[in-house]
Unconditional design. Structure first.
Length: 572
């Protein structure tokens, strides 16, 4: 008790002391508990920061883009203790072009159906890329619900993933494992991981682009090497189609070029398919119209196009249409297609494929120019040889012939005179053959028929050890046009075939003369052409002669064998 004077008595102090000690102990316990909680929070925060650092290291350690995207999802799930996670890659049209997920089995995925396209709450992050943290995703105003067979999800955390100030996609996390909503700390950790993920994605994309660019450069080098090594420029279009198929990831590629490479692009009405690769076999026999078509527009304007939907030869899908641009014209068009609902081509693929097409076209132009230069050099050599033959060889043969003719009158023996006359005739025949060779050496312009080589090839097909063949060409064979040359080749093949196979000839004489008409004479020492086995072939020869206004004659030779003569007037 406290007295009137306000002083405590000793017995009061004794009673209050235990109470004071008890209160002090309670306060100390509270402080210790609070300190313990703070220490636990610090330890938990440290562990989570350690986990974040480790997650960042894991995410940024890879260079393969696909692997990096899957690693981001897996690491984010571990970091915030979520059950499900996904990364949606955003396209140019504010829709998801790729959806990488974890936590849902393939069986569940099959029963759910199509992957999300970016609607509902997922679309909110696409339209407004800011973090979203929800206790119940189903209660959000933008929620459109879940498809049938989708596992239940309540808590939700979404953060954007940026690469160089552009939104690459969004990281979605649902169902925290302890049943609690995602915390503010979870959101901060997810944002930090998303920042590291953006850097990792950027590095992986740069690495992927670098590898793709190296592959395009290697393909361009290979094509240039093929062309400059002397390969026919026309056959290299197949290599262009094959390389483009592989490097663009297309399902099919088509190379189309004008039928006449020298024709101005404004006058080209259709493009012929020069090469195909992949699953577009229906394009192999078709021509592609130029007017009012996407291919024609690229061919006329020389500007590459990337189309989300394109139809060619009955096939439909995303496509790249690339001009094969040379220094002064467009040599053709390269089309790369993904069939059906395949993913659209990217702007990077368009740029690299267009550069590849340009380089391939320039290599083709250079190889074609070199080929023409080699042909001109050959023609120049042939002209020189023809000139030397005319100016030197023929003149010397003439001199020898004149000398022999002067000797004939001085010869006393008739046998010697006959031998000299035959020698002079032989020299005259040699001179005539050389003149014919000179005509052939002078050649013809582009598109010449090369009739002599074709006819010699026909005769060579039937030549054998038991057949002696004498061949003579007289006159300028180069003036024979392509249609008549085709007739001549067919006629000679039939005539020689009949002589060799059906008459049993051992000697064959072929003489081809070009003057006012084309004349083919074939004589043999066989038993003659008889029997129905050759009648259809002879009828074919008569029809060919009649078509050209000529005639066919067949006669027996006095000493045995058959002489066949086929002639057609040359076009005026």
């Amino acid at each position: 008790m406290v007295g009137v004077t306000g002083k405590r008595r000793p017995d009061d102090e004794q009673r209050i002391a235990p109470l004071r000690d008890t209160l002090s102990q309670l306060r100390l316990r509270e402080l210790l508990t609070e300190v313990q909680d703070r220490v636990e929070q610090i330890v938990e925060g440290r562990d989570r920061l350690d986990g974040l650092v480790e997650a960042m290291l894991v995410v940024t350690s890879g260079l393969e883009l696909d692997v990096t995207l899957r690693t981001i999802v897996h690491t984010a799930i571990d970091l915030v203790d979520a059950r499900y996670g996904a990364l949606g890659v955003r396209g140019d049209d504010h829709q998801l072009t790729e959806f990488i997920y974890e936590g849902i089995s393939e069986e569940e995925r099959e029963t759910i159906g199509s992957l999300p396209e970016g609607r509902g709450v997922l679309g909110v992050l696409i339209d407004d890329p800011k973090p979203i943290r929800l206790e119940d995703i189903r209660l959000h105003p933008a929620s459109v619900g879940f498809p049938p067979n989708h596992p239940p999800m309540r808590t939700f955390l979404g953060v954007p993933v940026r690469t160089r100030d552009k939104v690459f996609g969004n990281l979605y996390l649902t169902e925290k494992t302890n049943g609690q909503p995602f915390s503010e700390d979870d959101e901060v950790l997810a944002q930090a991981l998303a920042a590291a993920a953006g850097i990792a994605v950027d590095n992986a994309r740069l690495y992927e682009q670098s590898r793709a660019r190296q592959a395009w450069i290697a393909a361009t080098r290979d094509i240039g090497t093929e062309l400059l090594s002397g390969t026919d420029p026309g056959t290299v279009f197949r290599l262009v189609a094959d390389e483009a198929l592989k490097l663009t990831g297309a399902d099919g590629t088509v190379v189309a070029v004008p039928a006449d490479p020298e024709a101005p692009s404004a006058e080209v009405g259709t493009l012929a398919v020069a090469a195909i690769a992949g699953a577009v076999h229906g394009c192999g026999t078709e021509s592609i119209p130029v007017p009012e078509t996407a291919v024609g527009e690229v061919f006329r304007k020389g500007t590459p196009q990337q189309l989300d939907s394109f139809e060619l030869c009955g096939y439909t899908g995303p496509a790249l249409i690339l001009p094969l641009r040379t220094t002064d014209t467009v040599a053709g068009v390269l089309v790369a297609m993904r069939l059906g609902a395949g993913p659209a081509f990217t702007a990077e693929q368009l740029d690299m494929a267009a550069s590849f097409a340009d380089q391939a076209a320039l290599a083709w132009q250079l190889a074609s120019s070199q080929r023409r230069m080699r042909e001109l050099e050959i023609l120049a050599d042939r002209d020189r040889i023809a000139r030397d033959l005319h100016d030197h060889v023929i003149q010397r043969l003439f001199a020898v012939g004149l000398s022999l003719q002067g000797t004939i009158a001085r010869a006393r023996s008739s046998e010697v005179q006959q031998r000299l006359v035959e020698s002079v005739d032989d020299l005259q025949a040699v001179i005539q053959e050389i003149r014919t060779a000179i005509f052939d050496l002078h050649g013809a312009p582009a598109g010449a028929t090369r009739l002599r080589q074709r006819l010699e090839a026909v005769i060579a097909q039937f030549a054998g050890a038991g057949l002696h063949t004498t061949t003579q060409f007289v006159g300028p064979l180069s003036v024979v046009d392509a249609d008549l040359a085709d007739h001549a080749e067919a006629v000679l093949r039939e005539a020689v075939s009949n002589a060799v196979r059906h008459s049993g000839a051992s000697e064959l004489t072929v003489r081809v003369t070009v003057a006012d008409d084309l004349r083919i004479d074939v004589a043999d020492n066989g038993s003659g052409i008889v029997g129905p086995i050759t009648e259809s072939g002879l009828a074919n020869l008569r029809d060919r002669a009649a078509e050209g206004g000529g005639e066919l004659t067949i006669a027996d030779q006095p000493r045995g064998g058959t002489a066949l003569s086929w002639s057609v007037p040359l076009p005026a």
